[in-house]
Design a binder for this molecule. Structure first.
Ligand code: PBE
Length: 270
């Protein structure tokens, strides 16, 4: 049929490739599951968030097709005209939230930090403001400082029940996903302003979860639930304390430029 032909042509143009990020990311694992469940001929190619957004920028510049593992909030939706492919089988799940996860015992050991982390909560718009400026080349620490200055009301709520400390250490682990670079730097600076000696350690997704479970990290603000990090959460749920969402209405899925002539993952089947 006409359709089968054009799908084959698209597959060839794309080299039967879905451009992914790091292998530990839930969205990459979901993309691999989608390939299986929809019976696609495609491979999910792993790289990094930065390599993926560079591939997206290159494709858009040449008006070529590309399929990426995407998520929201993200600066790419402000910068480019993009669409999520429909996912009738629900492989990528529905609405996600990003939770803060503390190591066991943090509440007793570092009550003020625990308290601030527990209250940390912002919107997609807040996060995107930070992400966009970082993407435009600004230093993330300076962007975080500016965001804190511009949003003192919000920050005051996070620190409302906390007292200043004198140089106690707090260790946060995170992955170099643009969302988590933004959130971890903002909450890290808030903790620093409250007198903590804050260390931000960048690792892969598996080691990030392992670090908060073992107590090597005090907390993470990067737990995408209920779907994206379901496997990590089920592995470690007895060894961590879930402090609940710091952001709601997040989402993952396959994302393509709006000029592409497909709307659903099903359009990729032959
Ligand atoms: N992400 C961003 C991550 C969580 C944060 C959607 C790329 C993932 O594990 O897929």
């Amino acid at each position: 049929t006409e359709n089968a032909k054009s799908e084959e042509a698209l597959g060839k143009q794309l080299d039967y490739k879905i451009t992914g990020i790091d292998a530990g990311a839930g969205v990459v694992q979901a993309a691999e599951k989608a390939v299986e469940e929809y019976g696609l001929d495609y491979n999910v190619q792993t790289s990094s968030g930065a390599a993926m957004t560079q591939a997206l920028a290159d494709a858009i510049e040449n008006e070529e097709p590309i399929i990426i593992t995407g998520w929201s909030p993200h600066w790419m939706f402000a910068k480019y005209d993009l669409k999520y492919l429909e996912d009738p089988k629900g492989v990528f799940g529905g609405a996600e939230h990003i939770n803060t996860i503390a190591r066991l015992g943090l509440k007793e050991d570092k009550a003020n930090a625990y308290n601030i982390l527990d209250k940390f909560y912002w919107t997609s718009e807040d996060m995107e403001t930070v992400m966009l400026q970082v993407n435009n080349g600004a230093d993330v620490k300076e962007v975080a400082r500016q965001w804190i200055d511009d949003n003192q009301d919000k920050v005051n709520e996070w620190i409302a029940d906390a007292e200043k400390v004198d140089g106690d250490e707090v260790k946060l682990a995170y992955v170099a996903w643009d969302t988590e670079i933004a959130s971890t730097n903002v909450i890290g600076l808030v903790l620093e302003d409250m007198g903590y000696d804050v260390t931000l350690t960048q690792v892969d997704a598996g080691p990030m979860w392992a670090a908060v479970a073992s107590g090597d990290a005090d907390a993470i603000v990067a737990a995408w639930l209920p779907g994206t990090h379901e496997k990590y959460m089920s592995d470690y749920k007895e060894q961590v304390e879930d402090l609940g969402p710091n952001l709601e209405e997040a989402k993952i899925g396959l994302v393509v430029p709006a000029y592409m002539d497909i709307n659903s993952i099903e359009d990729l089947t032959k």
